[in-house]
Design a protein around this ligand. Structure first.
Ligand code: PA5
Length: 431
């Protein structure tokens, strides 16, 4: 899955060996629960611990929402929605097919933009919809306010009783305002395990319910995650362990002055996956004055914008490419009798093949230009491979955070803007 040939010459094989040894030790601390943030390690076991009954319950709730609605609004921010969005976009048609019987998932509460939310409510006037609201704390202002807006809209549209039937709350198993709401209103609930943080929750009901609503095979997804749990465990030698390989390479590069990591994908279907990855690594590692700054780009689109910088700008970054080996589309270049555009030399070549050659050309050019490259390969885009990738990334992130010497499971810095905003909203008084 991971190839590290092109991190050379920045990292030589002997250095990589030492880094892998360090990554393996961090993985051992993670598995033994002796590292920082050990009370938040519930995600480590989620794939193998969730039972088929747990998954069947999620699928049953998804089925009941699907039977009532053409649209499902997912209310949440950060780790509460990015994972679901990543998988839904990767595995669903990019352009919605007219007449599809799978509900469309729309997103609310991931910003405070008034236009975004009024446009959403206008669109919902003409939809038959349900709501899934996700907030572990139950006190985050963005989803909290969006839920108020959507709840009121839905109650006006279908009445209080039916609105309650169409609302599912995913929150802390015991505490929080949202759990109180759910009890008072009689909403169905699913729990985010107390020892699983938001950005590590994609393989819990947080990610699984919206995915199931959107028609994703969550059994296959969890099978992929289970395999990744096995393949990234301490029983596997670090040079064969994809999480150790990734964590070792990126920390080695960071120590060589490569402060920025650019995750490059070659499909707009993976744009949200890259955003999920960016949040996972930024919130987990960016603290105590340390951390690789994660950015993402969607090529070839962005080769015509930031490509120039990557090729010839400041040499302070490395790139991680996510390659999907087997593409689903069979689209080929059609022939044209007049060949006015000069592209007839490509007739019958598949677009997938051309995209793949664009990726190879880009990797070679950027590496030659002084950008170390990590390559990640998925055999194809499927629920199974997405589950495998999500778990591997989570595990790599935790190992990488330990190599960096930070607690990957807290996010104290996020509170600073919240405290200021709340004080300003409350006329200078603490809330
Ligand atoms: O990773 C995290 O913990 C955060 O990104 C949270 O998911 C995000 O801040 C939303 O928090 P909550 O689910 O409590 O509303």
């Amino acid at each position: 899955m991971i190839t590290l040939e092109r991190i050379q010459p920045a990292i030589e094989p002997s250095e990589l060996k030492a880094l892998l040894h360090e990554a393996h030790q961090c993985n051992q601390r993670l598995e033994a629960g002796t590292g920082l943030g050990a009370d938040m390690l519930g995600w480590l076991e989620l794939p193998q611990q969730q039972t088929s009954d747990d998954i069947a319950l999620v699928n049953a709730i998804a089925h009941s929402l699907r039977s009532r609605s053409d649209t499902v609004v997912l209310v949440g921010i950060g780790g509460s929605y990015l994972g679901a969005k990543a998988v839904i976009e990767a595995l669903s048609p990019l352009h919605r097919v007219h007449g599809s019987d799978i509900p469309e998932v729309l997103y609310a509460g991931c910003n405070l933009c008034p236009d975004y939310h009024s446009d959403l409510l206008d669109a919902l006037d003409h939809r038959n919809y349900s709501v899934v609201v996700v907030s572990k704390s139950g006190s985050t202002i963005e989803p909290g306010l969006a839920f108020r807006l959507v709840k009121q809209h839905l109650e006006q549209q279908v009445g209080r009783h039916e609105a309650a039937q169409r609302t599912v709350v995913i929150t802390d198993p015991e505490k929080g305002a949202l759990r109180e709401w759910a009890k008072a209103k009689g909403y169905r609930t699913l729990a985010i395990p107390a020892n699983v943080g938001g950005r590590f929750s994609v393989l819990s009901p947080v990610g699984l319910l919206p995915m199931a609503v959107a028609g994703i095979d969550i059994v296959a997804l969890m099978d992929g995650a289970k395999q990744a749990q096995t393949d990234t465990s301490v029983a596997v030698a670090p040079e064969l362990n994809p999480a150790c390989l990734y964590a070792a390479a990126r920390n080695g590069l960071y120590r060589k002055g490569k402060r920025m990591e650019l995750l490059a994908t070659f499909s707009p279907k993976l744009r949200s996956l890259a955003e999920w990855w960016r949040q996972l690594f930024a919130e987990s590692e960016g603290k105590d004055g340390k951390g690789i700054f994660p950015v993402n780009s969607s090529y070839t689109t962005d080769l015509h914008s930031i490509g120039q910088y990557v090729q010839q700008g400041e040499r302070s970054m490395f790139e991680t490419f996510v390659d999907i080996v087997q593409q689903n589309s069979r689209l080929v270049v059609p022939s044209d009798s007049r060949n006015l555009d000069g592209f007839n030399y490509l007739v019958d070549r598949s677009i997938a093949d051309i995209n793949s050659i664009a990726m190879q050309g880009t990797i070679q050019a950027h590496h030659k230009g002084g950008v170390p490259v990590i390559e990640m390969r998925l055999p194809q885009l499927s629920a199974y491979t997405m589950g495998y990738l999500l778990y591997t990334m989570e595990r790599a992130c935790a190992i990488s955070g330990y190599m960096l010497g930070v607690n990957p499971f807290d996010q104290p810095g996020v509170e600073a803007y919240k405290a200021n905003m709340q004080m300003l909203l409350n006329n200078g008084a603490a809330v």
